[in-house]
Design a binder for this molecule. Structure first.
Ligand SMILES: [Zn+2]
Length: 452
């Protein structure tokens, strides 16, 4: 288990220790006891082994009577003879800027793209980037002047939210490539709007800050932006045009009523734009589309796109209707791919991204620090560790390990939670073999990402 983890890390990120050494560190040189990359690994371990809280580092990763120090020293290429306490990590993160950790995460995803590990997830040559917002921290009392406020009856709650951009990889892998923290300044000039309108306004403003950073980090990447209907608006369409991105955005009647009415009027007039299919499980799908719909936004800019409708009829129960607008070339050959990879896969940011991170030992909503700079650093560290977690879970090394026992990983381990626990057991009680650290051997391995 430990061997599979180390080989996965060495295979995908052979230079990770060098990158970790480049993290800023404002500590007084005299007082440095632990090397940067070792402290960074200590922090990544908090999420890699899904320990749920900072305090648990002191208990679960205790060096006495365990192999923790040996294994983490080898992983970081260091030689420390004591372990840090959780406050050491907190102090370190207080001095390494959150942007540096965000940049490190970007570097990791760039490496995965360059080594073509994500190719099979491409949609008509593009990689799909899903954007969505979520709540992170919530208090009964104001904790800083950046808190967003929400009224629920007589009570006011103080919130922090984030807008995430996640790249959809193969095998359900969801990689965070951009996080924009939604701050109090976003809610100004929204007085009198209802809560939903304020939320939308915040997310769109945050997107205006996030989009240029994504373009700068991935200037050549062919991007399909996927998002819910709130992103189907002039502001987002203008940004996608500026950056030469394509898009697949949820199309809702209430959000663009005039365009929706035109779409419904034209659908029966385009009888050739239909594709029907029955899945092996018996579910029926009907796709219909209309090209060159026109939309004028609130700044009087005119946009043209194709709208797709997908009707899914299960064997039992009511059919479900989905619709999207897109700039991708829709035809009988491409419509299923566009609707599946660009449209319906959007839920993955909710499931694999937010829910998994909130309802597991990753504990996304836990207050790892009340200092805004620090918790942003913890947030990025979580995203970095989650990239490694997913590459292990969905990579072929774990699958081969299970195959050796005549099982699939899920048959062998039972749940993702158990995988994390077994990994922690392995860190504590087995010295990971020397050969697993060999970067050249790890580079020669073939590690495919697969759902099976
Ligand atoms: Zn706050």
């Amino acid at each position: 288990m430990g061997q599979a983890l180390v080989q996965t890390i060495r295979h995908f990120f052979p230079d990770l220790n060098t990158w970790l050494d480049c993290l800023p560190d404002a500590r007084d040189q005299e007082s440095i006891i632990y090397e940067r990359r070792f402290l960074a690994w200590w922090g990544i371990a908090l999420y890699l082994f899904q320990l749920s809280s900072r305090r648990q580092l002191d208990f679960e990763l205790d060096a006495a009577g365990t192999c923790v120090l040996t294994n983490l020293n080898r992983l970081a290429d260091t030689d420390h003879d004591t372990r840090p306490v959780h406050d050491t990590l907190d102090y370190f993160l207080g001095h390494s800027r959150p942007e540096a950790l965000a940049a490190l995460r970007m570097q990791m995803v760039q490496r995965l793209i360059r080594m073509k590990a994500l190719e099979s997830a491409r949609l008509l040559g593009h990689l799909v980037v899903v954007v969505d917002g979520t709540g992170l921290l919530c208090w009964r009392r104001r904790h800083c002047d950046q808190c967003l406020t929400q009224k629920h009856g007589d009570t006011t709650v103080y919130l922090h939210q984030v807008l995430e951009a996640k790249l959809l990889g193969p095998a359900g892998v969801v990689l965070s490539i951009g996080s924009e923290f939604i701050a109090n300044a976003d809610t100004k000039a929204t007085h009198g709007q209802n809560a939903e309108a304020v939320k939308q306004d915040c997310e769109l403003k945050a997107f205006s800050r996030l989009a240029p950073r994504l373009k700068k980090a991935f200037p050549q990447l062919q991007v399909v932006l996927a998002g819910d209907s709130l992103f189907a608006c002039g502001r987002v369409l203008q940004l996608t045009a500026d950056y030469d991105w394509s898009y697949v955005l949820t199309f809702k009647q209430g959000h663009m009523p005039a365009v929706w009415a035109e779409f419904q009027r034209l659908l029966p007039l385009c009888p050739k734009n239909v594709l029907e299919r029955t899945l092996p499980c018996g579910i029926q799908e009907e796709y219909r589309w209309v090209h060159d719909l026109s939309y004028e936004d609130d700044c009087r800019r005119r946009w043209h796109f194709t709208a797709i409708e997908c009707l899914v009829t299960p064997l039992v129960g009511e059919p479900t209707r989905f619709a999207w607008i897109t700039k991708l070339p829709v035809s009988g050959k491409t419509v299923v791919d566009i609707a599946t990879k660009g449209g319906r896969n959007r839920w993955k940011i909710e499931n694999e991204g937010f829910n998994r991170q909130k309802n597991s030992g990753l504990n996304l909503e836990h207050v790892y620090s009340t200092d805004p700079e620090k918790w942003q650093a913890y947030y990025h560290l979580l995203q970095i560790a989650f990239i490694l977690v997913q590459l292990l879970e969905r990579g072929s090394l774990l699958r081969r390990l299970a195959e050796a026992c005549g099982k699939t990983p899920m048959q062998l381990f039972g749940s993702l939670k158990n995988i994390a626990r077994r990994l922690l057991d392995s860190l504590r009680y087995s010295v990971w073999p020397d050969k697993s650290y060999d970067a050249r051997a790890a580079a020669a391995l073939h590690i495919g990402l697969d759902t099976s």
